[in-house]
Write a protein that binds this ligand. Structure first.
Ligand code: SF4
Ligand code: SF4
Length: 425
């Protein structure tokens, strides 16, 4: 998602369509979307042909860039059946114009995947986001079907099918109270056993239903410290052997802040507002995380997506992120790469009593403190037109020539064995 300078309206927008609304064939404990079914009590939760056509046509026509993304997510979008997506591809062809590249993405739990699905996704170059929380015991901790049974084998099979058929896929892995304690088990499972190359880590921060100052989040939620530790341990493994081979969205999003001064991820950008969520009936909301009546922008059967996505209301939504940022964050040395993270996670008060500090702050800071040096090395390499992967050789040479009792080359003033020699660079 792109934004202009801080506080200005988005220059382009991205629509995430939910053709089945919140409807899903699983019942994951932490899913924030299932309760959204209550927004549409009499609905059949199926996007009509006309809403689909309008979504695709407007998304294609609105893009000035030579690239349009048609994004499907849920709920569980594959419940619409393959014919729905075949029809979507037909509509895309109808409105395609010379020079335009259309990318299709779909986020799924993979339960319904079979050969026919995999062939279709491969033929049409879909980029698939597959939800998985790690190896079997961690995946099964919070993700299960409506009867509470494990679906791990089905999901793993979906990943294997996609590999066989050459479908490009990302793993979308939540970071929760269970798997946060075993970061390397999670990472190595995806890398070594599943053979995945693209990973997204999404922290679970659920407000407790009767949240108090002491118990603000559900027990499934990840603490700030655990989140920071999870990312840091995986980064440590990644930066020594996997740069350029494995792609971790959070790492890329932070690295972009070092290279170009702002992140590629909305959670780390100064403002929100460039990614809107489209419900099955044409209702458009400010963001996937704010599908609530208060954030309903309008319906695309009555007003164009462009008008709604660039409306004053949406601009105000976007600007709130920076307008409500506590002074504590403004004074933070990592503001350029964090910007207070996602407003939905701003549950804490700052040490001086201002509301709006992010639940994950301590972990985000810990991660930045640990990774700043290699991030700066990678940024320098990239800005010099070199591969970021050069950092691996530099770190390896450095550790080979530095004695354990030498002063650390990072300039900390500490002995190497107590500084970068422990993996903190
Ligand atoms: S509310 Fe969160 S997820 Fe939505 S645009 Fe803002 S930072 Fe991104
Ligand atoms: S690391 Fe913490 S203090 Fe710094 S910008 Fe992020 S949330 Fe604010």
């Amino acid at each position: 998602m792109e934004t202009t300078a801080e506080g200005q309206a988005p220059v382009s927008f991205h629509v995430m369509a939910k053709p089945t609304g919140a409807r899903c064939n699983l019942s994951c404990d932490y899913c924030f979307f299932l309760e959204k079914e209550e927004l549409y009590p009499d609905s059949n939760f199926r996007m009509s042909d006309s809403v689909m056509e309008q979504y695709i046509r407007e998304t294609i026509e609105a893009q000035e860039a030579p690239h349009a993304t048609i994004a499907w997510q849920g709920g569980e979008p594959t419940l619409m059946g393959l014919n729905f997506f075949r029809r979507a591809i037909e509509i895309e062809k109808q409105y395609h114009r010379p020079g335009l590249t259309i990318e299709n993405t779909i986020q799924t739990n993979g339960i319904l995947f079979d050969e026919e699905w995999a062939d279709f996704l491969a033929e049409n170059n879909f980029l698939v986001g597959l939800s998985m929380d790690g190896p079997r015991d961690l995946h099964d901790r919070y993700r299960h079907n409506k009867l509470g049974d494990s679906v791990f084998d089905r999901v793993e099979q979906a990943a294997r099918l996609m590999q066989q058929k050459g479908v490009e896929f990302n793993i979308l892995c939540t970071v929760n109270a269970a798997n946060a304690e075993r970061p390397l088990d999670v990472y190595k499972y995806f890398r070594d056993e599943l053979g995945a190359r693209f990973l997204q880590f999404i922290p679970i921060v659920e407000r407790a239903e009767d949240g108090t100052a002491d118990i603000m989040v559900s027990e499934r939620s990840v603490s700030g410290e655990a989140y920071g530790q999870f990312l840091s341990e995986i980064f440590d493994e990644w930066v020594r052997r996997d740069v350029g081979e494995m792609f971790v969205q959070t790492f890329d999003g932070v690295l972009a802040s070092y290279v170009q001064g702002h992140s590629t991820l909305c959670i780390f950008q100064p403002t929100c507002g460039s990614g809107v969520a489209l419900e099955h009936n044409g209702d458009l909301y400010s963001c996937d995380h704010f599908v609530d009546p208060e954030y309903l922008l309008g319906n695309i059967t009555e007003t164009t997506i462009s008008e709604l996505a660039t409306s004053q209301r949406q601009q105000a939504f976007g600007a709130t992120k920076s307008e409500t940022l506590p002074q504590y964050c403004h004074d933070c040395e990592y503001k350029f790469a964090c910007n207070g993270e996602c407003p939905k996670n701003r549950l804490l008060t700052t040490p001086d009593g201002e509301p709006g500090l992010n639940w994950l702050c301590s972990g985000i800071k810990q991660f930045h403190t640990k990774t700043e040096r290699p991030m700066r090395i990678m940024a320098s390499l990239l800005m010099a037109g070199k591969e970021a992967g050069g950092v691996m050789a530099l770190l390896s040479e450095e550790s080979a020539r530095t004695g354990r009792n030498d002063l650390c080359p990072c300039g900390s003033g500490h002995k190497y064995k107590r500084c970068c020699g422990t993996g903190c660079y």
